[in-house]
Write a protein that binds this ligand. Structure first.
Ligand code: SF4
Length: 341
């Protein structure tokens, strides 16, 4: 269904999927090309909160944006773009859906007498503080709604823009509880530039953690994910943990990269194109979704020793997927680190 038949109403994500299926992402004629060279398609949503089963730390998720211009090559959410008939490669990072009515829908849902004030995880499918949030402020306004509804929230981001919202995060903290997980997989500059091309510098993210904790917000760091061969050496992990400790993080958690679906295809293509010599090793290590348990466990002790050395609280119950993907059966064991080299 072409978008021009929708009149003045914003298309739904289903409209988008049908349009892209018929004509590719180029058929999204209403998508606005902005200065960052990504295209932004406004959509309307019928529901804001998504129920989640099987996660121990939250019951609901909220995602105002779909797709993420941070464009991390390992991002597990890449494969979710297939829901909109788009690919997990370039289109994940360059065609962003914006749920422009999500705050109004959320407010109605939080207003229902049946709402139990269960914990909501924000940023489970894309980053709620990717740059376009500076324009739409959907994340900020969602937190205002959570504070009013006395609903506890956790949030995962790589965006230092989160400090803009210290005031509302503090309101949620006082009203119901709020935890901010800043994702900083590594402070190694080469690895950062290679793996997370659209993100802020890791130290800028850590400074944001400092600002949040100084403001009284429960904020810490997820080294998520640790990527074999790029960020997994002992020296890089130790430098990262030391930097996390130096910036006043209240806790640290970590997980190891896993690869599935479109994310796997994208990542292996990226390695094949940019680092062909590493490809056989990745293919062996990731014969399945997760790296072998023995491999992960071997390094678990190393990470724990380093956390203890630098006085960092372990966050065993950190929302383990950084952006909180539903956990696999052995995901609890993912709270580890390991060495490749
Ligand atoms: S890992 Fe997070 S910041 Fe990176 S592309 Fe995915 S959603 Fe965006």
């Amino acid at each position: 269904m072409p978008l021009f038949e929708l009149g003045s109403r914003k298309p739904t994500t289903r409209d988008i999927a049908l349009t892209v299926k018929a004509g590719g992402a180029e058929a999204l004629t209403g998508a606005e090309l902005r200065a960052d060279e990504a295209r932004y398609q406004e959509v309307s949503c019928k529901s804001a909160l998504n129920p989640v089963k099987g996660m121990p730390f939250f019951n609901w998720t909220l995602n105002a944006y779909r797709g993420c211009t941070h464009g991390c090559h390992y991002c597990f959410a890449r494969r979710y773009h297939a829901q909109f008939e788009m690919n997990a490669g370039d289109e994940f990072a360059s065609v962003i859906l914006v749920k422009v009515n999500i705050v109004e829908v959320l407010a109605r849902e939080l207003d229902r007498p049946s709402w139990q004030r269960e914990k909501v995880a924000v940023g489970t499918a894309t980053d709620p503080y990717q740059p376009i949030e500076g324009h739409y402020k959907l994340t900020r306004r969602s937190f205002e709604a959570f504070a009013r509804a006395r609903t506890p929230v956790s949030l995962v981001t790589k965006g230092p823009m989160v400090v803009r919202d210290r005031d509302v995060l503090l309101d949620v903290t006082r009203a119901a509880g709020c935890t901010v997980y800043m994702s900083v997989p590594t402070v190694d500059e080469d690895a950062w530039r290679t793996l997370e091309p659209g993100t802020a510098h890791p130290l800028q993210r850590l400074r944001a953690v400092r600002e949040l904790t100084d403001a009284g917000i429960n904020a810490g760091v997820l080294m998520a994910p640790i990527v074999p061969g790029f960020t997994s050496s002992r020296s890089k992990i130790e430098r990262t943990i030391k930097a996390i400790a130096d910036h006043g993080s209240r806790f640290v958690g970590c997980n190891v990269m896993h690869l599935q679906g479109g994310t796997r295809t994208h990542f292996m293509n990226f390695i094949s194109r940019e680092f062909p010599a590493m490809l056989p090793r990745f293919e062996k290590l990731y014969a399945r979704k997760f790296a072998p348990a023995t491999y992960r466990k071997e390094a678990q002790a190393m990470v724990r020793v380093l956390q203890d050395r630098y006085g960092l609280t372990r966050r065993e119950d950190a929302d383990s997927s950084a952006a909180a993907e539903p956990a696999g059966p052995d995901q609890a064991a993912e709270q580890v680190g390991f060495a490749w080299d």
